[in-house]
Design a protein around this ligand. Structure first.
Ligand code: TRP
Ligand code: SF4
Length: 404
């Protein structure tokens, strides 16, 4: 915790393995844009993560990194509000990954549900590697490097946050118990002054004896506002409330990102592997061509055949983009054969193009100025490293590596 307010800090990453599409925009990026105003956000390009599955042909990583950053910026992720960086430019992630590996039971990694799933799913790749097994641990290191309290992820990633929590607990348990911990914690309590000391003790008792979560929160808030105690003491007292040692690595919580409601061109979830995507920065003509080619209700062979929107992927897009009035026009026009499918697709095309207009505008500025993008990332990497260094210094120290 140190000087970091973990509850205010958000970290998330994205793998650079291809172009982003509107599914990413509706699912992940709009959420990031919202979070950047509410929290201290760190967003990074997870290039090492991409290597765990693309080590044989890493060219896609290199090709995707800058495009992805431009996609973020185009979506409204603002480098003035959030810190944007590239994982491999902050070597502290790798160091923490290594150090955490010392205390990570193999069984924890083997039991992560995505491990066996992915090996099955990506059978054309040989994923029987050390790097792939360790990928959730690398993710834990990403999060714990910044002591981020909140991690926006999709449902498929929740087990990785869970393992991160377990690792943080294990780490604090092993390394947070310095000799004389209790004595130091007790004397830190005294330093808060009589009134606060008494309050802290009673909250600690209420939490430990009655499991009162509110008391836990209040005690944490009390510690946060103390001016008279050192950072080390504050960490001791955070851990001491719960009856543990010092909290060196705080446990993060998953901020579940709701699934994007935007279906792909065939009505399934929008995904590169289904080949049904609309690019985040796709040009308007190409958007129009793709939507015009979309399959419709197979019963509507001729213009005069009535159709059923529920059986048509275009209706899925209307649900995402159209207001009630247009939706009613589609429903009745389709079922009565009053409108043709191309008429029906027109408002969808217009809505997508309209949505993308500001994205294109922002992107143009960056596409024409690669140096600007690079300098945004340079600065983000610097800021990220500053944050990462503090954690690693402390981790090295408690692990007995402080002799440099
Ligand atoms: N593993 C995530 C994914 O595949 C990306 C990721 C890497 C990440 N490190 C992270 C997400 C840390 C959140 C926090 O989508
Ligand atoms: Fe689909 Fe619209 Fe054609 Fe009906 S009119 S089948 S909803 S595209």
């Amino acid at each position: 915790m140190s000087s970091v307010d973990s509850q205010q800090r958000v970290l998330s990453g994205m793998r650079p393995t291809g172009k982003l599409h509107l599914g990413h925009y509706h699912g992940v990026l709009k959420n990031w844009v919202k979070l950047q105003h509410e929290f201290e956000c760190f967003f990074f390009v997870a290039d090492w993560h991409a290597l765990t599955t693309h080590y044989e042909d890493p060219s896609v990583i290199k090709e995707s990194v800058w495009d992805m950053v431009i996609d973020w910026l185009a979506s409204g992720v603002n480098p003035g509000s959030a810190t944007l960086f590239i994982q491999s430019r902050v070597p502290e992630h790798a160091e923490l990954h290594l150090l955490l590996s010392m205390i990570t039971p193999l069984g924890w990694l083997e039991r992560v549900p995505t491990y066996k799933d992915q090996i099955e799913k990506l059978r054309e790749k040989d994923l029987a590697t050390y790097g792939f097994l360790g990928y959730p641990l690398l993710q834990s290191a990403d999060i714990l490097t910044y002591r981020a309290g909140r991690v926006p992820v999709g449902a498929d990633q929740v087990s990785h946050i869970e393992i991160t929590r377990e690792l943080a607990r294990r780490f604090n348990h092993i390394y947070g118990r310095e000799p004389g911990f209790e004595e130091q914690a007790e004397s830190a309590i005294v330093k808060m002054g009589k009134k606060n000391a008494k309050l802290y003790r009673s909250l600690k008792r209420r939490y430990q004896e009655e499991g009162d979560m509110e008391a836990l929160d209040t005690a944490r808030a009390l510690l946060k506002e103390q001016q008279n105690i050192s950072l080390g003491d504050r960490e001791r007292l955070y851990g001491y409330i719960e009856g543990g040692g010092k909290v060196i690595l705080p446990e993060p919580k998953a901020l579940l990102t709701p699934e994007s409601k935007l279906p792909g061109l065939d009505g399934q979830k929008m995904s590169k592997s289904y080949n049904n995507t609309i690019g985040l920065r796709e040009d308007p003509d190409s958007v129009a061509a793709k939507v015009r080619k979309m399959p419709t209700d197979p019963q509507r062979v001729r213009r005069t055949d009535p159709g059923e929107p529920e059986k048509c992927p275009v209706w899925g897009l209307h649900k995402a983009y159209s207001d009630n009035e247009v939706q009613e026009w589609v429903q009745s026009g389709c079922r009565s054969a009053g409108i043709g499918c191309l008429d029906c697709k027109k408002p969808v095309i217009d809505a997508i193009v309209e949505e993308q207009r500001p994205l294109h505008e922002r992107a143009r500025e960056y596409e024409g100025n690669p140096d600007l993008v690079r300098s945004i990332i340079d600065e983000g990497c610097e800021q990220a490293r500053d944050a990462a260094r503090g954690t690693l210094e402390e981790v090295r120290a408690v692990m007995g590596l402080q002799y440099r």
